[in-house]
Design a protein around this ligand. Structure first.
Ligand code: PLP
Length: 416
C-alpha cells in the first residue's frame, strides 16, 4: 500500500475511504463479505502477471510450471471441500461460470427452465437484458403465491411441456432451502441437464450448515465472494462425465487467460473453508439471519416465505407503507447498507420495489451474534419509519456502537 500511496494518492484515497466506509457502517448486502488478509495477499500478488491459457500441464504459454501448482492445489481443495468429481476455477465471475455451462450444454435457441428474476432468480437465468435471455429460450418458473416457496408442481408441468435441455435452480433472493432431489427427479423425467447456481449459498454448503446440491446436480456453478468469503470470482464443479465439456467451455469457448492471482486466492479460500472455524462461522451466519428476520418481523416487516433457512431474508414492507427504495435510502443515510428488492408478485416496478433484502455474512465475519441482530433489526425498523430524517443521527449512533464493538479489519495499519 505504501507504494500505491506514494505513486497514486487518488487511488490510494479510494482504497482507504472504502475501508473506512466498510468499517463505519453495517454491511447487510446478502452477497457481500469481508475476505481474509491471506486471500487479499494472494490477490495482490505477482501471480497477476502470468498468462496461463489452458489448464495445468496443458498450457499455451511457457513459464507456467509455478502457477500450475496454485491451480492444481485449488482444484484438489475444491473437490475435497464439495465432494466433487471435477472442478474448474477459471471463471472470472458467476455470470461467466453460467455462460460457460450454457455453452457446454446448449446451442443458441435451445430451451432452459429457470427461476424468474422477480421471484428470486438471477439476471443470467434468462432475463431479456442478459445474454441468457437473448440467445436462449428461457422459460421461467416461480414461487407459489400462498407459500412463497418454489412451486415444484409448476416446474414439473413446465418441464413436461417444454422438454428443456437444461433445468436451473438457485438464485439471488431465495431465503429457503431448495429441494435438490425433486429437481433431479424432474430433470431425469425429461432428460434435462440439472444445473444448480449455488452462488449465494455455496458457502453454507462448504461449511456444512445446509445440504449440498453436488450429489444431485450434473453441474454446480458458484461465485467465490459471498458467504464463501473468498476473492471476487466464479467456479464450477461437476460430474466427471461433464469435465471435458465444462473445461472446454470455460476456456477457450468463453474466456481467454485465467486470472492466476484469483485462482490462487480461491485455493487459499478453500483451505480456510476446510477448517472447523469456518464451519462454526456458517452456522452462526444462519442463526444470525434467523435472529435478524425475527427481529424485523417484530418491527412489522413481513418475512417472505415465512422466514429463512440461509444467510438472507427478503422482507415485504407493504404493511409499513414504505417502498423498498425509500427504505434503502433511509437506512443508508444512517450507515445501514442493504438493498431494495422486488418481492414475488410485487405490485411495484423493480426500481421501486416493495421489499428489502438483508444478509448476515459480513456482520457475522465481524463477530456479531443473535443479540446484535436484534439491535440491528430495531435500528432498521426505526430508520424505515423515519419519514423526515429526524431520527437519522440516533440510528447512526446505534450503528457506530455496534461496529465499534465488532470492527471489520481490526488489525492496526491494515488498509487494503
Ligand atoms: N448467480 C447468482 C445466483 C448470483 O446471485 C450472482 C451474483 O450476485 C451471479 C450468478 C453472478 O455473479 P457475478 O456478479 O460474479 O457475475
Amino acid at each position: 500500500f505504501d507504494a500505491l500511496a506514494a505513486f497514486d494518492p487518488d487511488i490510494a484515497g479510494v482504497v482507504t475511504d472504502e475501508l473506512d466506509r466498510l468499517r463505519s457502517g453495517l454491511q447487510l448486502i446478502a452477497s457481500e463479505n469481508f475476505t481474509s488478509p491471506a486471500v487479499l495477499a494472494a490477490l495482490g500478488s505477482t501471480l497477476s502477471n502470468k498468462y496461463a491459457e489452458g489448464y495445468p500441464g496443458r498450457r499455451y504459454y511457457g513459464g507456467c510450471e509455478v502457477v500450475d501448482r496454485a491451480e492444481e492445489i485449488g482444484i484438489a481443495r475444491a473437490k475435497e471441500l464439495f465432494g466433487a468429481e471435477h472442478a474448474n476455477l477459471q471463471p472470472h465471475s458467476g455470470a461467466n461460470a453460467n455462460l460457460a455451462v450454457y455453452g457446454a450444454f446448449m446451442q443458441p435457441g435451445d430451451t432452459f427452465l429457470a427461476m424468474a428474476l422477480p421471484h428470486g432468480g438471477h439476471l443470467t437465468h434468462g432475463a431479456k437484458v442478459s445474454f441468457s435471455g437473448k440467445w436462449f429460450n428461457a422459460v421461467p418458473y416461480g414461487v407459489a403465491e400462498k407459500t412463497e416457496h418454489i412451486d415444484y408442481d409448476q416446474v414439473r408441468d413446465l418441464a413436461r411441456e417444454h422438454r428443456p435441455k437444461m433445468i436451473i435452480c438457485g438464485g439471488s433472493a431465495i431465503p429457503r432451502l431448495i429441494d435438490f432431489p425433486v429437481f433431479r427427479e424432474i430433470a431425469d423425467e425429461v432428460g434435462a441437464v440439472l444445473m444448480v447456481d449455488a452462488a449465494h449459498f455455496i458457502g453454507l454448503v462448504a461449511g456444512k450448515a445446509i445440504p449440498s446440491p453436488v450429489p444431485y446436480a450434473d453441474v454446480v456453478t458458484f461465485t467465490t465472494h459471498k458467504v464463501l468469503r473468498g476473492p471476487r470470482g466464479g467456479a464450477i464443479v461437476c460430474k466427471a462425465e461433464h469435465a471435458k465439456a465444462i473445461d472446454k467451455a470455460a476456456f477457450p469457448m468463453m474466456q481467454g487467460g485465467p486470472l492466476m492471482h484469483a485462482v490462487a486466492a480461491k485455493a487459499v479460500n478453500f483451505k480456510e473453508c476446510l477448517t472447523p472455524e469456518y464451519q462454526a462461522y456458517t452456522r452462526q451466519v444462519v442463526a444470525n439471519a434467523q435472529a435478524l428476520t425475527e427481529g424485523l418481523a417484530t418491527e412489522g416487516l413481513r418475512p417472505v416465505a415465512g422466514g429463512t433457512d440461509t444467510h438472507l431474508a427478503l422482507l415485504d414492507l407493504q404493511e409499513t407503507g414504505v417502498t423498498g427504495v425509500d427504505a434503502e435510502t433511509r437506512c443508508g443515510a444512517a450507515g445501514i447498507v442493504l438493498n431494495k428488492n422486488a418481492i414475488p408478485f410485487d405490485p411495484q416496478p423493480a426500481s421501486v420495489a416493495s421489499g428489502i433484502r438483508v444478509g448476515s455474512p459480513a456482520v457475522t465475519t465481524q463477530g456479531m451474534t443473535e443479540s446484535d441482530m436484534k439491535s440491528i433489526a430495531s435500528l432498521i425498523g426505526t430508520a424505515i419509519r423515519d419519514v423526515d430524517g429526524s431520527r437519522t443521527a440516533e440510528v447512526a449512533a446505534g450503528v457506530r456502537e455496534l461496529v465499534g464493538a465488532h470492527p471489520a479489519y481490526p488489525e492496526p495499519g491494515r488498509t487494503s
